[in-house]
Write a protein that binds this ligand. Structure first.
Ligand code: 9L3
Ligand code: MG
Length: 139
Protein backbone atom coordinates (compact mmCIF):
# COMPACT_ATOMS: atom_id res chain seq x y z
CA UNK A 1 0.00 0.00 0.00
CA UNK A 2 2.91 2.33 0.78
CA UNK A 3 3.83 2.72 -2.87
CA UNK A 4 0.37 4.13 -3.57
CA UNK A 5 -0.03 6.63 -0.75
CA UNK A 6 -3.13 8.21 -2.24
CA UNK A 7 -4.94 4.93 -2.98
CA UNK A 8 -7.29 4.00 -0.17
CA UNK A 9 -8.82 0.52 -0.52
CA UNK A 10 -11.85 -0.12 1.66
CA UNK A 11 -14.22 -3.08 2.08
CA UNK A 12 -17.84 -2.91 3.19
CA UNK A 13 -20.58 -5.45 3.78
CA UNK A 14 -24.17 -5.58 2.65
CA UNK A 15 -25.82 -7.61 5.41
CA UNK A 16 -29.35 -8.58 4.38
CA UNK A 17 -31.91 -9.86 6.90
CA UNK A 18 -34.91 -12.18 6.34
CA UNK A 19 -37.17 -9.25 5.43
CA UNK A 20 -34.79 -7.82 2.83
CA UNK A 21 -33.64 -4.96 5.05
CA UNK A 22 -29.96 -4.07 5.06
CA UNK A 23 -27.74 -2.94 7.88
CA UNK A 24 -26.29 0.56 7.96
CA UNK A 25 -24.39 2.23 10.77
CA UNK A 26 -23.90 5.83 11.72
CA UNK A 27 -20.28 6.98 11.77
CA UNK A 28 -19.20 8.20 15.21
CA UNK A 29 -18.10 11.68 16.18
CA UNK A 30 -14.38 12.23 15.79
CA UNK A 31 -14.10 10.16 12.59
CA UNK A 32 -14.18 11.22 8.96
CA UNK A 33 -17.75 11.91 7.87
CA UNK A 34 -19.21 11.68 11.37
CA UNK A 35 -22.99 11.28 11.45
CA UNK A 36 -23.29 9.80 7.96
CA UNK A 37 -24.83 6.34 7.48
CA UNK A 38 -22.56 3.74 5.86
CA UNK A 39 -22.30 0.07 5.09
CA UNK A 40 -20.06 -1.37 7.82
CA UNK A 41 -16.42 -1.99 6.97
CA UNK A 42 -13.13 -0.20 6.75
CA UNK A 43 -9.69 0.09 5.25
CA UNK A 44 -7.86 -2.96 3.92
CA UNK A 45 -4.61 -3.11 5.87
CA UNK A 46 -1.27 -3.82 4.20
CA UNK A 47 -0.93 -7.53 3.45
CA UNK A 48 -4.63 -8.29 3.90
CA UNK A 49 -6.93 -9.71 1.26
CA UNK A 50 -10.29 -7.96 0.89
CA UNK A 51 -12.02 -11.02 2.40
CA UNK A 52 -9.71 -11.04 5.42
CA UNK A 53 -10.29 -7.33 5.95
CA UNK A 54 -14.05 -7.85 5.73
CA UNK A 55 -14.08 -10.60 8.36
CA UNK A 56 -11.88 -8.49 10.67
CA UNK A 57 -13.89 -5.28 10.25
CA UNK A 58 -17.24 -6.99 10.90
CA UNK A 59 -15.84 -8.61 14.05
CA UNK A 60 -14.41 -5.27 15.26
CA UNK A 61 -17.37 -3.07 14.39
CA UNK A 62 -20.37 -5.37 14.90
CA UNK A 63 -19.11 -8.29 16.97
CA UNK A 64 -20.32 -10.82 14.40
CA UNK A 65 -18.52 -13.69 12.71
CA UNK A 66 -18.86 -14.05 8.97
CA UNK A 67 -17.26 -16.77 6.95
CA UNK A 68 -15.64 -15.49 3.76
CA UNK A 69 -17.64 -18.20 1.95
CA UNK A 70 -20.88 -16.53 3.04
CA UNK A 71 -19.92 -13.28 1.29
CA UNK A 72 -19.60 -12.61 -2.39
CA UNK A 73 -18.44 -9.53 -4.28
CA UNK A 74 -21.43 -7.43 -5.36
CA UNK A 75 -19.99 -4.26 -6.81
CA UNK A 76 -17.59 -1.42 -6.12
CA UNK A 77 -17.61 2.35 -6.13
CA UNK A 78 -15.06 5.10 -5.86
CA UNK A 79 -14.79 8.60 -4.50
CA UNK A 80 -11.98 11.13 -4.46
CA UNK A 81 -11.65 12.94 -1.14
CA UNK A 82 -8.95 15.57 -1.09
CA UNK A 83 -5.72 13.73 -1.97
CA UNK A 84 -7.25 10.28 -1.48
CA UNK A 85 -8.74 8.03 -4.12
CA UNK A 86 -11.03 5.76 -2.18
CA UNK A 87 -12.08 2.44 -3.72
CA UNK A 88 -14.94 0.74 -1.87
CA UNK A 89 -15.47 -2.99 -2.52
CA UNK A 90 -18.96 -4.12 -1.48
CA UNK A 91 -19.59 -7.74 -0.50
CA UNK A 92 -23.06 -9.19 -0.02
CA UNK A 93 -23.17 -11.47 3.01
CA UNK A 94 -25.93 -13.97 3.50
CA UNK A 95 -24.91 -15.60 6.78
CA UNK A 96 -23.17 -14.63 9.98
CA UNK A 97 -23.02 -15.65 13.62
CA UNK A 98 -24.13 -13.29 16.37
CA UNK A 99 -26.43 -10.29 16.52
CA UNK A 100 -24.81 -7.10 15.18
CA UNK A 101 -24.01 -4.57 17.92
CA UNK A 102 -22.83 -0.99 17.50
CA UNK A 103 -19.29 -1.45 18.84
CA UNK A 104 -17.92 1.52 16.85
CA UNK A 105 -20.96 3.23 15.42
CA UNK A 106 -23.27 5.71 17.10
CA UNK A 107 -26.27 3.66 15.94
CA UNK A 108 -27.26 0.72 13.76
CA UNK A 109 -30.33 0.60 11.57
CA UNK A 110 -31.96 -2.07 9.42
CA UNK A 111 -33.29 -0.13 6.43
CA UNK A 112 -35.25 -0.88 3.29
CA UNK A 113 -33.64 0.26 0.06
CA UNK A 114 -36.21 3.07 -0.16
CA UNK A 115 -35.16 4.26 3.30
CA UNK A 116 -31.48 4.16 2.32
CA UNK A 117 -32.12 6.83 -0.29
CA UNK A 118 -33.28 9.24 2.40
CA UNK A 119 -30.25 8.75 4.69
CA UNK A 120 -27.17 10.96 4.42
CA UNK A 121 -24.34 8.67 3.24
CA UNK A 122 -20.64 9.06 2.43
CA UNK A 123 -19.85 9.79 -1.24
CA UNK A 124 -18.49 6.28 -1.88
CA UNK A 125 -21.66 4.59 -0.58
CA UNK A 126 -24.23 6.60 -2.54
CA UNK A 127 -23.42 5.16 -6.01
CA UNK A 128 -23.93 1.65 -4.60
CA UNK A 129 -27.65 2.16 -4.02
CA UNK A 130 -29.07 1.43 -7.50
CA UNK A 131 -27.02 -1.76 -7.73
CA UNK A 132 -28.15 -2.83 -4.26
CA UNK A 133 -31.77 -2.12 -5.22
CA UNK A 134 -31.39 -4.24 -8.33
CA UNK A 135 -29.66 -7.03 -6.43
CA UNK A 136 -32.45 -7.16 -3.84
CA UNK A 137 -35.24 -6.76 -6.35
CA UNK A 138 -36.37 -3.52 -4.67
CA UNK A 139 -36.70 -0.04 -6.09
N1 9L3 B 1 -15.84 4.69 4.12
C1 9L3 B 1 -16.90 4.99 3.37
N2 9L3 B 1 -17.95 4.17 3.30
C2 9L3 B 1 -17.94 2.99 3.99
C3 9L3 B 1 -16.81 2.65 4.77
C4 9L3 B 1 -16.77 1.37 5.53
C5 9L3 B 1 -15.75 3.54 4.80
N3 9L3 B 1 -19.01 2.18 3.88
C6 9L3 B 1 -14.70 5.62 4.15
C7 9L3 B 1 -14.64 6.42 5.41
C8 9L3 B 1 -13.19 6.66 5.60
C9 9L3 B 1 -12.53 5.45 4.96
O1 9L3 B 1 -13.50 4.89 4.09
O2 9L3 B 1 -12.79 7.82 4.85
C10 9L3 B 1 -12.02 4.40 5.93
O3 9L3 B 1 -13.07 3.89 6.67
P1 9L3 B 1 -12.90 3.59 8.23
O4 9L3 B 1 -11.67 2.76 8.36
O5 9L3 B 1 -12.80 4.95 8.90
O6 9L3 B 1 -14.16 2.86 8.61
MG1 MG C 1 -15.08 1.38 9.60
Amino acid sequence: MEIYPTLFPVVAALLVDDTGRVLVQQRPQGTAMAGLWEFPGGKIEAGESPETALVRELAEELGITVLPDACEPLTFASATLGQKHLILLLFRCTAWQGEPRALHATALRWATVAELYSLPMPPADLPLLPIIAQSLGQK
